[in-house]
Design a protein around this ligand. Structure first.
Ligand SMILES: NC(=O)C1=CN([C@@H]2O[C@H](COP(=O)(O)OP(=O)(O)OC[C@H]3O[C@@H](n4cnc5c(N)ncnc54)[C@H](O)[C@@H]3O)[C@@H](O)[C@H]2O)C=CC1
Ligand SMILES: O=C(O)C(=O)Cc1ccc(O)cc1
Length: 305
């Protein structure tokens, strides 16, 4: 342990596995709200944990997973999705030996793959594992980008199941509420379907568009003359490739369905353009503009901007 040993206390000790943008932002927010007694980081790269300590994001860190689990009242898995599955495979078997195991939660962008992993390892959903997903973030990554305000006025989705201990669900809910987030509950399958359409598909499209243009012959000219719309549409293609590789693989079936539905739509637009069908194009663009304007108004009313 790289700082003082743990004193006892009534507020929980939160251990973050993976101190990056989301884990670091959560640690900062919990520090600010007074929810946690102490925040400890664990990870595979000492330099970023050391940086987290210097920035005051965490109170201490350890490179020893066993020590991290033992210190935790709440364990937050904040690594890329496929690593989070590996974390559960490593941690859950050890918890059977612990009298009062910590409450475990996560922040991964896909929930079904983690639920399946946990069920396979534990033989059912562990009562103190409450899966979650903050719908807040950016294209940046790493502890340097972490921000105590990241979750304020943003939704956090929890996907509790019947096997969950109610007190564990309420503890995770209270943790997120203390960050200024709005917490909503959702089924695992619904979560993965909705997020495939609203988040995972747009990221795949942004990566595909930038990659297609960047590998074309006139790529230099295309980027030189690109306007604000291109910048807005492609910002998310600057997101971490490992994180998005993991999401695409973990949410494969819902993402494939979203890609297929989108491809059909794109095909219809292509056909309308091909036959010069202005009415059909106008119908589609009108409908989309109305929906986008309503979404923007909803967002403004929630954030007050
Ligand atoms: N970036 C975003 O906007 C959002 C991300 N998420 C989810 O949050 C999770 C974390 O994402 P970010 O914080 O953005 O990523 P990040 O790259 O900023 O942080 C990931 C952390 O995991 C650690 N890590 C990576 N591989 C590891 C391994 N093999 N063993 C141990 N530690 C490892 C890294 O050192 C880093 O500290 C992901 O599951 C992502 O899908 C959820 C909501 C928003
Ligand atoms: O950068 C953006 O706009 C995002 O969409 C951030 C984001 C990335 C992954 C998530 O699971 C949730 C939010």
């Amino acid at each position: 342990m790289a700082a003082d040993s743990l004193p006892g206390g009534t507020t929980p000790t939160v251990v973050i596995l993976g101190l990056g943008l989301i884990g670091g932002s959560l640690a900062r927010a919990l520090h600010g709200s007074g929810f946690s007694h102490r925040c400890i980081g664990w990870g595979h790269r000492e330099a970023s944990l050391q940086r987290g300590l210097e920035l005051g994001v965490i109170d201490a860190y350890t490179l020893d997973l066993e020590e991290a689990v033992d210190a935790a009242d709440i364990l937050v898995i904040a690594t890329p999705t496929l690593v989070a599955e590996q974390m559960l495979e490593q941690i859950l078997p050890r918890l059977r030996q612990r009298g009062q195991p910590p409450v475990i939660t996560d922040v991964a962008s896909v929930k079904g793959s983690l639920q399946r992993t946990a069920e396979a390892v534990w033989g059912g959903m562990p009562p103190r594992l409450v899966l979650g997903h903050p719908i807040a973030g950016s294209e940046r990554s790493g502890v340097e980008a972490s921000d105590a305000q990241l979750f304020v006025n943003h939704r956090v989705i929890l996907t509790p199941v019947e096997a969950n201990e109610p007190a564990a669900v309420e503890l995770v809910r209270a943790m997120w509420l203390s960050t200024g987030a709005e917490v909503v509950d959702m089924g695992v399958a619904e979560h993965d379907t909705v997020l495939a359409a609203t988040s995972h598909l747009p990221h795949v499209l942004a990566y595909a568009l930038v990659d297609a243009l960047a590998s074309g012959d006139a790529s230099e000219d295309i980027f030189r003359f690109a306007a604000g719309g291109f910048r807005d549409f492609t910002r998310i293609a600057s997101s971490d490739p490992v994180m998005w590789r993991d999401i695409a693989i973990a949410n494969r079936s819902a993402l494939l369905q979203a890609i297929d539905q989108f491809s059909d739509r794109l095909g219809q637009l292509r056909a309308a353009i091909d036959r010069g069908d202005g009415d059909s194009l106008l119908d589609t663009f009108d409908r989309a503009k109305t929906a986008r304007d309503a979404f923007a108004a909803l967002l403004a009313s929630r954030t007050g901007s």
